[in-house]
Design a protein around this ligand. Structure first.
Ligand SMILES: *Cc1c(COP(=O)(O)O)cnc(C)c1O
Length: 413
């Protein structure tokens, strides 16, 4: 970054410090990952300069002959990666991909069922402070109090009673495998449409480590930057009959010019996700989280829902006498970055919580495996048990820095 270092030392130094942070800390935020150098190069390319409102072959600007090729590649690769009939790659973020899905499927005021935020749903699934909760009549569902897993008989009852226009199957903090076929049969039984929001698990689905919603859902939305390991952004897959409606719900309804640098970087990420390496990666993510979950539960922590089938685990930190917020701070002092997270039926407010959410996707991108998860479980347990001892946390942080230094950092090495 020789140009930036000379023209803007302040931003240059932010980037340098952030590089150091991403190398030294153990990134265990479940929604984060390390994009490849090819994805970063494409994101930082001159494609950012181009205006291209519209869709390939039907643009409102001249000079789109090159970005038409990259956007078509992104669309075709998305379709083939996920075996989908149609794809849209223009949404700037997962939230916007969902907004477009609601516009394509519902009218304002319609009834939509989604997982409540405090049981693992996303803000866009009906939170009162989000457009979704303001524009639509959201009816929440949750997990079973005993098993902490989705309760399909309760879901069916709520659907029978409320006759929703749309049901959302998608989660931001749910560790177990999702039975999308079951969601589809409930949706069909009340004549509702089905939206699968696979933002968190799309990389696992692409690699074959989680069942796909594509055969069942009318529209599937996803971020591209979580387990899918692409640039920050989103995509949507849909049945052919929703293609026109979804496309116009994105442009001209919701966005203007698409980010062609991001779209091309999505194409690059989709190609990467088609490889055998990515398949292995997706299975290794799940092996790592299962192993970590086992180690933590053997040593005094309670794992919500009894374990994980994905890249993420929800940990009840009250088992060691800590709030989620205290646990998050102790781990950060040791160089381990996680986020506090409400657990089902949490008695603590959202800024405090009784748990943390831990993800293994980013560290698996650094080639960490089960034996490394064992080391990390020891760092985590020691930090939580000594959360009131800053000196000890600092000594763990030094060990974490030395441990991290042994692994590659995609995009930086
Ligand atoms: C992350 C996430 C989103 C939103 O993605 P942004 O790009 O942050 O807007 C939507 N739905 C689910 C389930 C998510 O986990």
């Amino acid at each position: 970054m020789t140009n930036l270092s000379q023209s803007d030392s302040e931003i240059y130094s932010v980037i340098e410090r952030e590089k150091k942070r991403q190398k030294e800390q153990l990134v265990m935020i479940a929604s984060e990952n390390y994009a490849s150098s090819s994805v970063l190069e494409t994101t930082g390319s001159i494609l950012t300069n181009k205006y291209s409102e519209g869709y390939p072959g039907k643009r409102y600007y001249a000079g789109c002959e090159n970005v038409d090729i990259s956007e078509n590649l992104a669309i075709e690769r998305a379709k083939s990666l996920f075996n989908a009939e149609s794809a849209n790659v223009q949404a700037h973020s997962g939230s916007q991909a969902n907004m477009a899905a609601f516009f394509a499927m519902c009218n304002p005021g319609d009834t939509i069922m989604g997982m409540s935020l405090d049981h693992g749903g996303h803000l866009t699934h009906g939170s009162k402070v989000n457009f979704s909760g303001k524009l639509y009549n959201f009816i929440p569902f949750g997990v079973d109090r005993e098993t902490e897993a989705l309760d399909f008989s309760n879901l069916q009852e709520i659907a029978d009673k409320n006759k929703p226009r749309l049901i959302i199957a998608g989660f931001t903090a749910y560790p177990l495998s999702v039975d999308f076929e079951k969601f589809k049969s409930i949706a069909d039984s009340v004549d509702a449409l089905l939206l699968a929001d696979m933002a968190h698990i799309s990389g696992l689905i692409a690699g074959g480590a989680h069942p796909s919603p594509v055969p069942y859902a009318d529209i599937v939305t996803s971020t591209t930057h979580k387990t899918l390991r692409g640039p920050r952004g989103a995509l949507a897959l849909m049945k052919k009959n929703f293609e026109k409606k979804y496309n116009s719900a994105v442009f001209p309804n919701m966005q203007g010019g698409p980010m062609q640098n991001s779209i091309a970087a999505k194409a690059v990420a989709f190609k990467e996700a088609m490889t055998k390496e990515f398949q292995d990666y997706s299975f290794q993510i799940v092996k790592n989280s299962k192993f970590l979950s086992k180690k933590l539960s053997e040593n005094g922590l309670r794992i919500v829902a009894g374990g994980t089938d994905t890249h993420m685990l929800l940990v009840d930190t009250k088992a060691l006498g800590l709030t989620g917020s205290n646990a998050e701070s102790a781990l950060l002092a040791s160089g381990i970055v996680v986020n506090k997270n409400s657990i089902p039926f949490d008695n603590e407010p959202p800024m405090v919580t009784s748990g943390i959410r831990i993800g293994t996707a980013a560290l698996t991108s650094r080639n960490m495996r089960e034996k490394d998860m064992e080391t990390i479980s020891e760092f985590i347990l020691e930090s939580l048990k000594n959360h009131n001892n800053p000196k000890l946390l600092e000594s763990i942080r030094e060990k974490v820095v030395n441990f991290s230094a042994k692994f590659i950092v995609p995009g930086l090495d």
